[in-house]
Design a protein around this ligand. Structure first.
Ligand code: NCD
Ligand code: ZN
Length: 428
């Protein structure tokens, strides 16, 4: 059965516009893009009138929790949630048990993905065994496998030697070092942003230095080694200045920002408590405004969700004990659209680039990230006129932990097509 999508407005990144075209899908690939493709008997027709069509979103940062933490999420529930969010390819983070730190553990993960993922998942291998920081993995061996790069996300890589070696390894292998930049010597308890929120909760809080010191350190190493450094969930104004400068010097440093860091300030943490606790912590208005400027000026390469599902009990603990993170896959597009495109900070084409084209380019993902004949039929269909209220009870993710509960958002994913198959369809 061939799929024919009729009447949608597809994004054309090359010409920076939307065009009205039909898309014919045969098997896993886009067969033809044209005006008015004639319907034939064996076609299933999808009416995309009034819908915008983006290449399937690519998420560089999700926590699928399996193996080890299946009570939080599984590869099946997590990829279902991502499909609902419009994602067709996600990179899974290695803070699982075990982590993908050896060929054996990676193969186990790959076979689980093969069995239960509803969209494409490419693992990020860990830098150290069990993301413990002690023993470096076999970079050379793992680089030959189907992985995106190396990260200890959840934890920083403290060892300068390991950062050095992983960056050197990235030169030939094109498997970047992906960092969770957090200098934990900057605080004892942490939990929230240092300043008025940490005072409110009587904890010491996490200062901006914790992030930007580590980013500066890694960029200094990158300057020596060469290679590719990708920085996760950037959140502080200083970090963005540092990354901008490094880019201007020609270094291959890329970064991502999350939907929550570009939309919410630390004030939400006083209102919503641990439900708004995340690492890195939500920051001040000045930081959020610098992030938005960073997106506009091109310092920020992509939007990545940092989808971090947790069992609700672990979010109902006191602020210093509760777990960090949000279940973000299902709200990502709407949050970004509501906070960036609606108030005209960026246009819809640029948002689509940030969620598909740029990640495909940064991570050398072939035949994705653009709507083009012979490319994978990965498509996200969106209704911009839909407004809805976030209800975590409707999440398909096992994680109901969201700081957006009850918020009205605009722009809804209506359908997600992965490799020519409908993997999500909005019911009403
Ligand atoms: C992530 C998690 O729960 O795994 N939590 C978070 O607050 N971001 C870890 C991470 O991405 O650092
Ligand atoms: Zn992280």
């Amino acid at each position: 059965m061939k799929l024919l999508i009729k009447g949608g407005k597809l994004v054309d990144f090359e010409n920076n516009c939307f065009i009205l075209r039909d898309i014919l899908i045969d098997g896993k690939f886009i067969k033809k893009i044209d005006r008015n493709i004639r319907v034939q008997e064996d076609f299933k027709v999808i009416d995309a009138n009034n819908l915008y069509i983006s290449p399937g979103f690519i998420d560089a940062h999700v926590h699928l929790r399996e193996p080890g933490f299946e009570h939080k999420e599984t590869i099946y529930s997590g990829t279902k949630a991502c499909a609902k969010g419009g994602f067709t390819h996600v990179f899974s983070m290695p803070n699982t048990k075990p982590s993908p730190d050896s060929i054996e553990n990676l193969n186990d993960l790959l076979s689980r993905i093969n069995e239960s993922a509803v969209i494409k998942v490419t693992p990020v291998a860990s830098v150290t065994e069990g993301i413990g920081g002690e023993e470096l993995v076999d970079l050379k061996k793992l680089s030959k496998e189907n992985i995106i790069g190396f990260s200890d996300d959840g934890n920083p890589v403290n060892s300068i030697d390991y950062v050095y070696k992983t960056l050197l390894n990235s030169i030939k292998t094109k498997k970047p070092l992906i960092t969770h930049s957090e200098d934990r010597s900057c605080f004892k308890v942490g939990a929230v942003n240092r300043g008025k929120v940490s005072e409110y909760y009587s904890v010491d809080g996490i200062p901006n230095e914790a992030e930007f010191n580590m980013i500066q350190r890694d960029i200094d190493i990158l300057e020596e080694t060469g290679g590719h450094l990708h920085i996760c969930h950037v959140s502080s104004k200083e970090s963005i200045d540092i990354i901008r400068n490094a880019k201007l010097r020609g270094l291959n440093v890329t970064c991502e920002v999350t939907p929550h860091h570009l939309s919410l300030t630390e004030d939400v943490v006083m209102e919503k408590g641990a439900m708004a606790k995340v690492n890195p912590p939500l920051k001040t208005r000045v930081d959020v405004d610098r992030i938005i400027k960073g997106i506009q000026e091109g310092t920020i390469d992509m939007i990545a969700t940092d989808h971090a599902p947790h069992e609700i009990e672990s979010k109902k603990l006191p602020i210093d004990k509760a777990s960090y993170g949000f279940s973000g896959a299902e709200t990502a597009f709407s949050v970004a659209y509501t906070y960036l495109v609606k108030p005209r900070k960026i246009n819809l084409i640029e948002l689509f680039r940030l969620m598909s084209y740029y990640p495909s380019k940064v991570f050398n993902v072939e035949k994705e990230g653009t709507i083009k004949e012979s490319y994978f039929a990965n498509l996200t269909l969106i209704n911009l006129r839909r407004e809805y209220e976030v209800k975590s009870s409707e999440f398909v993710s096992k994680g109901k932990n969201t700081p957006f509960e009850g918020e009205k958002l605009n722009g809804k994913v209506m359908m997600t097509i992965y490799n020519g198959e409908i993997v999500y369809e909005e019911e009403n």
